[in-house]
Ligand binder design. Structure first.
Ligand code: TYD
Length: 416
């Protein structure tokens, strides 16, 4: 398949085999009709974009039963509160007349702060069930995909936006040219388009291939974002690395020549050059590292099984779907996954069908080992799971490499 952005042909350096929809936790009766797609990631050496070769239709992924609620993690709630304060302090000089749009506003985790402060805002959230939760928090939201047409409707009803923001959403949207056209319509002359997503640099450095799944059609770098939105009269004037999702980048864009380009952009471009994010060889080497990670992980789990240990999963993340299916790990090696999301509990993990149990049973079941699927929340989880280590429990990690932690390992926290 040619590049979604610039239509040039691309190189396919990494194949992960058949994958189910990462966030479609299912009941036993639905096993037979489960949908799979061949998952491979490609690199476009023209616009430097790293992207999925094939992606299921959006309706398959973001449905009424979509099980991702941003507000399940305390650290994410804090993160979005800080994001809202940052916008208010630095980018909205006239609060009374400000208008903020969020693309993919989920359960209102960020926009609720604008609702509370009575600042005009609008969430554009395609999944009706999560949009409904945001409305209960007083957030003004519509259930739509963002496009040129949606932008035109919003402009007509509310006027131009001072900020168009999104978090963990741009990497989900295959037709970014349509988003670029929409932003061009809706953004004020001096407005800021700001978004953050998992960062390709972190994925390459940490072999965190679990960031690759159906929803993440792109993993961005500064170079690729500049190329993608440069086609729509926008330029990156500032970037800020974020700790969220195991390493993300926040990109600030404006209309060309409206703001000075900050040093953060040139610095990050240098980092990307060092990492080789513009070279196909980098992605071939990454593919090899994924294979090694898989072999080490499976060998460890098999050994623990032989030793008669009780091994479970901690947090049924979307990311875990890639790991489990790529490694071929089912309930024989990981007997269940504990998760706090009621919508996932009592169901089975996509593809490998590991039972999802309510987190309430984690402590009673006293597993010997727990695979830290939500490794991106390690600090928060270690903080609240001291008791687990107390009864002799051990964490299994697979990022940046496969290993067992017998304590709150600061080296591990540093490495991720
Ligand atoms: P996240 O890393 O946001 O997942 P994803 O890969 O889907 O983006 O983690 C969210 C999932 O992890 C959600 O199912 C809830 C679960 N979770 C727990 O069960 N316990 C926890 O302590 C945390 C932080 C998350």
């Amino acid at each position: 398949m040619n590049c979604r952005i610039c239509s040039n042909s691309q190189i396919v350096p990494a194949s992960f085999g058949n994958m189910p929809i990462a966030n479609r936790f299912l009941e036993e009766k639905d096993f037979i009709k489960e949908y799979f797609f061949p998952m491979a990631a490609a690199f476009c050496s023209h616009c430097k974009t790293f992207q999925l070769v094939e992606q299921p239709k959006p309706e398959m992924m973001f449905h009424e039963q979509y099980a991702f609620f941003s507000s399940t993690s305390k650290s994410m709630a804090k993160h979005f509160q800080k994001m809202a304060s940052n916008y208010i302090q630095n980018y909205l000089p006239d609060l009374k007349n400000a208008f903020v749009v969020e693309l993919g506003s989920n359960d209102g985790i960020m926009l609720q702060h604008f609702a509370k402060a009575k600042i005009s805002h609008l969430g554009v959230e395609p999944s009706q069930n999560v949009a409904a939760v945001s409305k209960e928090k007083g957030v003004n939201a519509i259930s739509k995909f963002f496009s040129k047409e949606t932008a035109t409707e919003i402009l007509k009803e509310y006027g131009p936006a001072d900020i168009i923001s999104s978090a963990n959403v741009m990497c989900h949207i295959p037709d970014l040219n349509s988003v670029g056209r929409g932003v061009d319509i809706l953004l004020k002359g001096e407005g800021v388009f700001v978004f953050e997503d998992p960062y390709l640099g972190d994925v390459i450095e940490k072999t965190s291939y679990d960031q690759i799944y159906d929803e993440h059609v792109y993993l961005f770098s500064v170079q690729s974002v500049a190329n993608i939105f440069g086609r729509h009269g926008l330029e990156v004037f500032h970037v800020e690395p974020q700790e969220t999702h195991g390493g993300s980048m926040r990109y600030y864009l404006c209309r060309k020549n409206k703001r000075p380009i900050q040093g953060s952009v040139t610095e990050q471009l240098k980092v990307e050059e060092k990492l080789g994010l513009d070279k196909p060889e980098t992605f071939r080497a990454f593919s090899k590292s994924c294979e090694k990670n898989r072999d080490d992980f499976v060998a460890l789990l098999k050994k623990l099984k032989q030793d008669g240990k009780k091994v479970v999963g901690y947090a049924a993340t979307s990311k875990s779907t890639t790991i489990l299916n790529y490694c071929g790990i089912g309930p024989d090696l990981i007997e269940c996954i504990y998760d706090t999301t009621p919508l996932k509990q009592g169901k089975y993990s996509p593809g490998m069908h590991i039972p999802i149990r309510s987190y309430d049973y984690f402590k009673d079941d006293k597993p010997d080992y727990a695979v830290l699927f939500a490794w991106n929340h390690a600090k928060e989880i270690f903080g609240k799971e001291q008791e687990f280590l107390g009864w002799g429990g051990k964490w299994i990690v697979f990022v940046p490499e496969v290993g067992v932690l017998e304590a709150d390992d600061s080296r591990f926290l540093h490495a991720i």
